[in-house]
Write a protein that binds this ligand. Structure first.
Ligand SMILES: Cc1ncc(C[n+]2csc(CCOP(=O)(O)OP(=O)(O)O)c2C)c(N)n1
Ligand SMILES: [Mg+2]
Length: 351
């Protein structure tokens, strides 16, 4: 039985594929430590945002992706600055894994003028062109066709750049995703469609919304090369990304990865129990916490070299100190001035 068939049958909670020890054969420990560090850093930044939202220092809603970090970190290694990356409401990991500055994200959620969108957008409207991040937008699926447009532009210019559309299992229920898959396939547009199937759209489980739980069937329907991967296993995501991104870059058209995962916080903000009692049980949450991508990679590394436990713990301390310092700096930054408001809404007409 494959993960894909477990997914289709609705057996993901019991799937042994998601519990196995990560296989580190033919991997490089230094590279893995570096990428584990990136996952630890993203988690620490998000935990800080969760806490600051809880105590009321952040005014707008935040959608946290704790538990899903291996996907962005696995994909981003195979991207380059000139690729164009698009995301949606739950985008912090997608942004940070590209090398974006956590302090600028903090400034944005605090509404400061030094934020990624000058303090005008908050957590759901992020932009970092220098790192290839062309925006997160909370209109579910809204950025998927934009990625297709960016991919088409890269193709027309004759570059080997690709576009990346991160979207959720809920977004796959929007018609525009199907139009995007169809057009990208017909015109052989270099796009990586990456569906983070965390089994939920807001508070509703995929079994209540879909006859089959695997979103990859839409790639099959459009003749798009795809892989279904354990999204909590960095190595699995990495190997799919390596193969498929290379395929898209070399003129073969779009590719699709479905990464099976789970978000540990509730749909929005800091509480992890907000969905419990709605459609996810505390037992499910415990099962998935045990499948945490950071814990799983740490376990595998320590099984390989026990002394790495100390190295990883020290790295965590370093990250926590740096994250707190970034937050403190962001809090000291100024709010935008009132007259900056219209400057970000209208562009000047050229005569
Ligand atoms: C067009 C549109 N419809 C509905 C919503 C409300 N909404 C916000 S997030 C969300 C769930 C999206 O689920 P999914 O795409 O799986 O992403 P996840 O939250 O699981 O990361 C919904 C329905 C919206 N923001 N935009
Ligand atoms: Mg979802």
């Amino acid at each position: 039985m494959s993960l894909e068939s477990d997914l289709q049958k609705g057996l993901v909670a019991q799937s042994t594929h998601l519990d196995r020890l990560i296989n580190l054969e033919n991997t490089n420990v230094d590279d893995l430590l570096q990428r584990l560090g990136m996952m630890q850093s993203i988690r620490t930044v998000e935990n800080k945002i969760a806490e600051m939202r809880r105590v009321g220092k952040i005014g707008g809603p935040v959608h946290l992706g704790a538990g899903q970090e291996a996907i962005a970190v696995g994909i981003s290694k195979h991207l380059r600055m000139s690729d164009r990356i698009f995301s949606a409401h739950r985008s912090h990991a997608h942004l940070l894994a590209l090398g974006s500055d956590p302090k600028a994200l903090f400034a944005e959620v605090l509404g400061r003028s030094t934020g990624l969108t000058k303090g005008m957008g908050g957590s759901m409207h992020l932009w970092d062109e220098a790192n290839g991040f062309y925006g997160s937008v909370p209109i579910v699926a809204g950025t998927v066709p934009l990625a297709v447009g960016a991919g088409l532009a890269a193709k027309m210019k004759g570059t080997s750049d690709i576009a990346v559309a991160y979207f959720g299992d809920g977004a796959a229920e929007e018609g525009v995703v199907h139009e995007s898959l169809n057009l990208a396939s017909q015109l052989k547009i270099p796009v990586l469609f990456i569906c983070e199937n965390n089994l939920f759209s807001s508070h509703m489980h995929i079994s209540q919304r879909q006859p089959l739980q695997s979103v990859a069937r839409f790639a099959i329907a459009n003749g798009i090369k795809y892989r279904v991967v354990d999204g909590n296993n960095l190595i699995d995501v990495d190997s799919a990304a390596l193969e498929l991104i290379q395929y898209a870059r070399t003129g073969n058209g779009p590719v699709f990865i479905e990464a099976v995962t789970y978000r540990q916080f509730g749909h929005v903000d800091w509480r992890d129990d907000i969905d419990v009692g709605v459609n996810r049980s505390s037992e499910d949450l415990a099962t998935w916490r045990n499948r945490d991508p950071i814990t799983r990679l740490t376990r595998a590394l320590i099984a390989l070299e026990p002394e790495l436990q100390q190295v990883i713990a020290e790295k965590q301390v370093e990250i926590s100190v740096a994250t707190d310092a970034d937050w403190d700096l962001a809090e000291k930054d100024p709010f935008p001035s009132a007259d900056a408001l219209l400057g970000t809404v209208y562009s000047k007409a050229s005569k």
